[in-house]
Design a protein around this ligand. Structure first.
Ligand code: NAP
Length: 279
């Protein structure tokens, strides 16, 4: 029964409401005691993922190719109070990958979450006019390195008694973007990789999922987001009529890597402002 006493509650409610707290306080704790590795994480979507997981309590290991980028990102995240280490890691370099895992183990004793985020698109051309070297580079970074990272992470996650792997695909994986044909196919491959690995290791309490971002105005997407013409063409496929924010991809990754998604594996969540996404 509604009473005047209850009517006096809203003030208290407001004080306690998660909507009234900072993002850090509202979400703190979901990853407390967990360690996360995020590749290609010194800017853009990867950086936002590292920040989100860190703000929710994870110790984070960030990485990318350039030392100065790693140093700057570590400094930035530490200034937010996040426990973070940085490693130079070009994901196609076997020694770098090995070092990424070694540093993580020596600093934090192991890890529970791997987010494989690195991708390249070195050239644009119609798919049947693409140089073989460009095709190989795209598949080496976007697919093979993702598979190798998961392969190396697997025994470590077993030692932890379970964990999470999240791949970063793209809306282009569902709907090939002209003239990003080979890149689009590499991202479609990640949808299959997610399902294949998920099924094989489900009994090890390791969940494997994927996020397919829509167009996010990062450096990576600047060719299709910076000019007015590019913007108009890109947004023509987005019902929300705006680009995504790195934080909106990060929150989706955080959901999948958290116990909130405990019954989800082998799935890809599309975060693309309503863009059509069916194979
Ligand atoms: P971004 O803002 O340009 O950031 C790229 C990050 O990756 C940087 O930290 C860069 O640092 C690092 N990096 C590049 N090549 C690397 C390599 N070989 N090994 C390790 N690190 C590397 O890119 P983004 O837009 O966030 O893209 C991140 C992911 O989201 C990619 O998988 C991309 O395909 C996907 N995605 C993006 C969009 C979009 O619209 N932006 C849409 C769908 C999917 P260094 O230069 O120091 O290496």
């Amino acid at each position: 029964m509604f009473s005047m006493k209850m009517m006096s509650k809203p003030n208290n409610f407001l004080k306690l409401s998660p909507y009234n707290l900072s993002a850090r306080d509202a979400h703190s704790g979901r990853f407390k005691g967990k360690v996360a590795i995020v590749t290609a994480s010194t800017e853009g979507i990867g950086f936002a993922i590292a920040k989100r997981l860190g703000n929710e309590g994870a110790s984070v290991v960030i990485s990318s190719r350039k030392e100065k980028n790693v140093e700057a990102a570590v400094k930035n995240l530490r200034s937010e109070g996040i426990t973070v280490e940085g490693v130079v890691c070009h994901v196609a370099n076997a020694d770098h990958r090995k070092n990424l895992f070694e540093v993580t183990k020596s600093k934090f004793g192991g890890f529970d979450i791997l987010v494989s985020n690195a991708a390249v698109n070195p050239a644009v051309s119609p798919i049947l006019e693409t140089d073989e070297a460009v095709w190989d580079k795209i598949f080496e970074i976007n697919v093979k390195s993702a598979w190798l990272l998961a392969k190396d992470a697997y025994p470590e996650l077993i030692k932890r008694g379970g964990g999470n792997i999240v791949f970063i695909s793209s809306i282009a994986g569902y709907q090939p973007m002209e003239p990003l044909g080979p890149y689009s196919v590499s991202k479609t491959t990640l949808l299959g990789l997610t399902k294949a690995i998920a099924n094989e290791i489900v009994h090890d309490k390791i969940r494997v999922n994927c996020v397919a971002p829509g167009i996010v105005a990062t450096k990576f997407a600047s060719a299709i987001t910076s000019s007015e013409a590019g913007k108009e063409k890109s947004l023509s496929i987005v019902p929300m009529k705006r680009f995504g924010k790195p934080e909106e991809i990060a929150s989706t990754v955080a959901f999948l890597a958290s116990d909130d998604a405990s019954y989800i594996t082998g799935e890809t969540i599309v975060a693309a402002g309503g863009a059509y996404a069916h194979l």
